[in-house]
Write a protein that binds this ligand. Structure first.
Ligand SMILES: Cc1ncc(COP(=O)(O)O)c(C=O)c1O
Length: 491
């Protein structure tokens, strides 16, 4: 077969052709190339945003999509990352991961899922009625942080539940740590079960050999990536990839169609398409630069009093993670005597620098190929400054983080049944022992601490309440202050 021409960008080219041929829409979107948009809106977001916002069908392509614009762009993306099929999504990995799950299991069927899954996976369980078989992440008791589950944990779960339809693992985690995907894929395939990898944080992994192993190379069946997270995608730009024979492409497509929008954003498609070309042509060099910059940045952060950037020595090894994405710089600031919440807020207020994760003892900075010496200098200056002003941020409330036993709740009802059951709000003091009817998710990173159908414990509720007092955000709770909790009536 002729090699594909990666200098082409079908969506971008079709967009240029649309403008070049003077196409006139009597279709949505109603702003009609921006002409109807309020000039004050255009002044802020720009004319080009509106010009690139048009219908995918009877707009970018003709009524029957005879130009194959999207199909060609997806084919190029699949080729770029070594997948057999690629699907673009304009609804984030929140949608892609649901489509992937539902292509492996249906209502009442079992799916093996790492319990450190993102809330979108839990939403998928709620919507579908799939029965989760939870696999425990690897908890580091000293750092009070979880890494993705081990292959042995998936092996044990599959042995105990041979009727499970497949497995889903999150790797890298938002903390950048990875499991041994090759081993998990082999375990699943030995039983003819597909492995789905939520690789929302790993869109860049295919493009440099020194980054952790990419799910398709590891033999996963489906993997989901958020190109907007680590790549150059616009927010909501996600792609998912498929290979092997355990999940049929038409099944995956139908699941996506079930959940997806009928009005996909051509703007998001165009940027996904352009990102693929950028990565094929320049990815290696861009990540050479980004990785070198990350290494230097880590060294400089380590020299700031009170800050410890976690590296492989802390996160990887027996019983811990198998690998680490060095672009996610997770910094332990315990020695500063304050919380990550306070430090992150102070840095934004005083330096206009926005950090990524913040928890009771850590802050994090995500570097990408877009960073350079200047952005990093600004970051380092902000970090040095917060370290010098740490006394201003003390004393900080302490957050009691339970050990894994206290953190883990028993799943006593299906997530779907609990979520849709008759529910009531009770004071947090009275919620222990009751079954949660809602997700309680510290954000970021968005991993539910409690989910519908789990029996709440006093220890976990104390952690969430204390966390909120200290600055944790739990946006999906009916009461984000977690003074009351929505529980299953009569539970
Ligand atoms: C592990 C994981 N999966 C899925 C998602 C959902 O991705 P998106 O924001 O693209 O919808 C996130 C978002 O943070 C995530 O962290």
């Amino acid at each position: 077969m002729e090699p594909l021409d990666h200098s082409r960008a079908p969506v971008l080219e079709a967009l240029t052709a649309y403008h070049g041929s003077g196409q006139l829409p009597f279709t949505p979107p109603g702003h009609k190339q921006g002409r109807g948009a309020d000039p004050r809106v255009r002044a802020v977001v720009g004319e080009e945003v509106f010009r690139a916002d048009l219908l995918a069908v009877s707009g970018l392509d003709d009524r029957r999509s005879t130009g194959g614009v999207l199909a060609r762009a997806q084919e190029l993306m699949a080729d770029a990352v070594g997948a057999e099929h690629t699907f673009f999504s304009t609804c984030g990995s929140s949608l892609s991961v649901k489509a992937a799950m539902l292509s492996a299991a249906g209502p009442h069927e079992k799916l093996i899922v790492g319990r450190d899954a993102h809330k979108s996976v839990v939403s998928g369980l709620i919507l579908s009625g799939v029965r989760p078989v939870w696999v425990e992440p690897r908890w580091d008791p000293e750092l009070r942080l979880a890494h993705p589950p081990s292959p042995a944990a998936f092996e044990a779960a599959l042995a105990e539940h041979p009727d499970a339809r497949g497995a889903l693992v999150t790797s890298p985690t938002p903390y950048g740590t990875c499991t041994d995907l090759t081993a998990i894929a082999e375990i699943c395939h030995a039983r003819d079960r597909p492995l789905i990898v939520d690789e929302a944080w790993g869109a860049h992994l295919p493009f440099h050999p020194d980054l952790p192993t990419w799910a398709m190379d590891a033999g996963a069946d489906v993997c989901v990536t958020s190109v907007h997270k680590m790549g150059s995608g616009l927010e909501q730009g996600s792609v998912f990839h498929l290979q092997g024979g355990l999940i049929a492409p038409e099944v995956l497509k139908a699941r996506e169609d079930l959940l997806g929008t009928t009005s996909p954003s051509v703007l998001i498609y165009a940027v996904l398409d352009g990102w693929r070309r950028q990565m094929v042509e320049h990815g290696r060099a861009l990540y050479d630069g980004a990785l070198a910059l990350a290494a230097r940045t880590r060294e400089r952060i380590a020299s700031i009093d009170g800050m410890r950037p976690h590296g492989r020595e802390d996160f990887c090894g027996p019983g811990l993670a198998a690998d680490l994405d060095p672009l996610q710089i997770i910094i332990d600031i315990t020695a500063l005597g304050t919380t990550g919440y306070r430090a992150a807020d102070w840095i934004r207020e005083h330096h206009a620098v926005n950090l990524h994760l913040a928890d009771h003892r850590r802050i994090s900075a995500q570097l990408t190929h877009a960073d350079d010496r200047d952005t990093v200098e600004t970051l380092l200056h902000a970090l040095s400054d917060v370290a010098e002003h740490a006394s201003w941020l003390r004393p900080a409330p302490t957050v009691e983080v339970p050990d894994p036993d206290g953190m883990r709740l028993e799943q006593v009802m299906l997530p779907r049944d609990a979520f849709f059951s008759r529910a009531e709000r009770v004071d947090v003091e009275e919620a222990a022992g009751r079954i949660s009817a809602e997700m309680l998710t510290p954000y970021p990173p968005g991993i539910p601490a409690a989910l519908p159908g789990e029996r709440l414990t006093a220890e976990l509720l104390r952690y969430l309440r204390g966390g909120v007092e200290a600055g944790m955000v739990v946006p999906d709770a009916a009461d984000p202050g977690v003074r009351t909790v929505r529980v299953v009536a009569g539970s």
